[in-house]
Design a protein around this ligand. Structure first.
Ligand code: NAD
Length: 449
């Protein structure tokens, strides 16, 4: 059962009250606590979050109906354990005969953060910890359909800070978030930085505020399957990422361009790895039901009834037989199919047969629509990897692995629920949410020599 939201530990009736409380807390935080205290608080948050990870993940699933509870648990664990803390705050120093100058990084103060319904709690813990490391407090404006799990997650974080002697209300939220409460946050004088994770409408709204914005927008990540790879590895890799959370993740592969010479072998390997392979006719049904023409006639949008739902639910709803619970369905698509060109966020994956590498590269580039988000290539040909990397120019680019590999899952890297694509900060961390300051010890006096 979905619990009532309680007005305590960071949750307030209005956004303005939340901003005022966050402002007071942040002043206390930077005045009375040291970097070592921040480390202590963050360790307590990691422990408390891990202790409650089942409850958080299950509540998010129950409230939103998106994704899979086990995957949400994995996602939350991956985020809370690998989100970078105080140790990732950068610094820089210049010295010489004329003195010593240190560049260091100061908090913005109070940050406003908009979070997506597809990834609400991991975004609260990821943005929350990174901002606490940076010295900021945060007022979240979650998607209304994820407000209960968002409040629950941030209350666990606030309780952990208070439990080791820190200030309450470092992460705040209002009970009923809406576009009006976002207006209140954007207008609040001491909110000087806005972080937005979501689709294009949200990015446009934040940009209109006149304040600094770190925006993490949508994508439509393509993958290329070159003809010199191990098809079984590639098939397993694609499924591990595209099927994870029923393809809700913004970084997950949304369409695959496969060279003709290995297309059939790749499909067989996908099937062996658990994918349901649809016929061409079933693929046509997917194209007409999973994405829908936009009301303004300008392209297609994903069908929200199917976003983040299980494969068998989507197939049954479309009158297609499906036994068991396959993690993903694939079908051979034409390059212009709406499912190839639209960010579908569901486990229905179109595969496009390409006559050669150049054609695959060109098609993948077009399908990404210059979102500069994420892409992968399965290839052992360095020339191909380099050419595609230069052309696609995405923030996240992975060779021979799923996109998740760039975030520490099957590869190296920190976790980051917010990948700032249009504004260019890339995978975010404490280094993204700080102001650069310079302190100079002027004159020199041969101090260092
Ligand atoms: P969404 O754009 O519908 O909503 C995102 C947030 O913005 C929500 O809190 C929502 O209430 C708010 N919002 C929506 N329209 C708004 C508007 N016009 N003005 C102000 N706020 C508005 O997206 P969603 O369905 O919640 O999330 C999925 C989208 O987010 C996908 O496009 C996905 O690619 C993207 N996403 C990107 C990243 C990234 O790091 N780049 C991470 C997660 C999700």
């Amino acid at each position: 059962m979905i619990p009532e939201i309680k007005l305590e530990y960071g949750v307030f009736s209005t956004a303005t009250e939340a901003c005022a409380a966050a402002e007071k807390a942040q002043k206390d935080y930077v005045k009375n606590f040291t970097l070592n205290d921040r480390k202590r608080f963050i360790q307590a948050i990691r422990d408390a979050y891990m202790a409650n990870v089942d409850a958080i993940s299950n509540l998010e699933y129950e409230e939103t109906g998106y994704g899979r509870p086990d995957d949400k648990r994995t996602k939350n664990i991956g985020t809370i354990l690998a989100v970078p803390g105080v140790e990732y705050l950068p610094s820089n120093m210049f010295f010489g005969n004329d003195g010593l100058t240190v560049e260091y990084y100061a908090p913005f103060g109070v940050v406003g953060a908009v979070t997506p319904v597809t990834n609400p709690t991991a975004t609260v813990c990821g943005n929350g910890v990174a901002n606490l490391a940076a010295g900021n407090s945060v007022v979240f404006n979650p998607h209304p359909d994820a407000k209960v799990s968002t409040c629950f997650a941030l209350q666990i974080i606030n309780k952990a800070i208070v439990g080791c002697g820190g200030p309450n209300n470092m992460l705040c939220c209002c009970k009923n978030p809406s576009l009006d409460s976002l207006d209140e946050i954007m207008a609040f004088p001491s909110v000087t930085l806005l972080i937005g994770t979501g689709g294009p409408g949200m990015v446009k709204t934040l940009m209109s505020s006149g304040k600094k914005v770190i925006a993490a927008g949508p994508g439509n990540p393509p993958s290329i399957i070159d003809d010199d790879i191990n098809c079984a590895d590639a098939a397993k890799g694609i499924i591990s990422s595209s099927a994870f959370e029923n393809n809700l993740m913004c970084i997950a592969e949304k369409e695959v361009f496969v060279l003709d010479s290995i297309f059939d072998e790749f499909v067989q390997e996908l099937q062996k790895a658990g994918a349901k392979v649809l016929t061409r006719d079933e693929g046509k049904i997917m194209n007409s039901r999973c994405v829908l023409p936009k009301p303004n006639g300008n392209g297609y949008a994903t069908n929200k009834d199917f976003v983040g739902r299980n494969t068998n639910f989507i197939l049954h709803s479309c009158g297609i037989k499906c036994e068991g619970d396959p993690r993903i369905a694939v079908f051979e698509a034409d390059n212009d199919d709406p499912l190839v060109q639209t960010e579908q966020m569901m486990p229905i994956l179109p595969l496009v047969r390409c006559k050669n590498f150049e054609e695959a590269m060109e098609r993948a580039y077009r399908a990404e629509h210059n979102c500069k988000h994420s892409a992968t290539i399965w290839s052992n040909n360095s020339r191909h990897v380099t050419d595609f990397g230069k052309l696609i120019n995405t923030t996240v680019f992975v060779q021979n692995g799923p996109t998740l590999a760039a975030f520490g899952q099957g590869g190296s890297g920190t976790s980051a629920p917010t990948i700032a694509t249009p504004t260019g900060e890339g995978p975010t961390g404490p280094w993204s949410f700080v102001r650069k300051r310079r302190f100079a010890m002027a004159g020199g006096l041969n101090y260092l020599l």
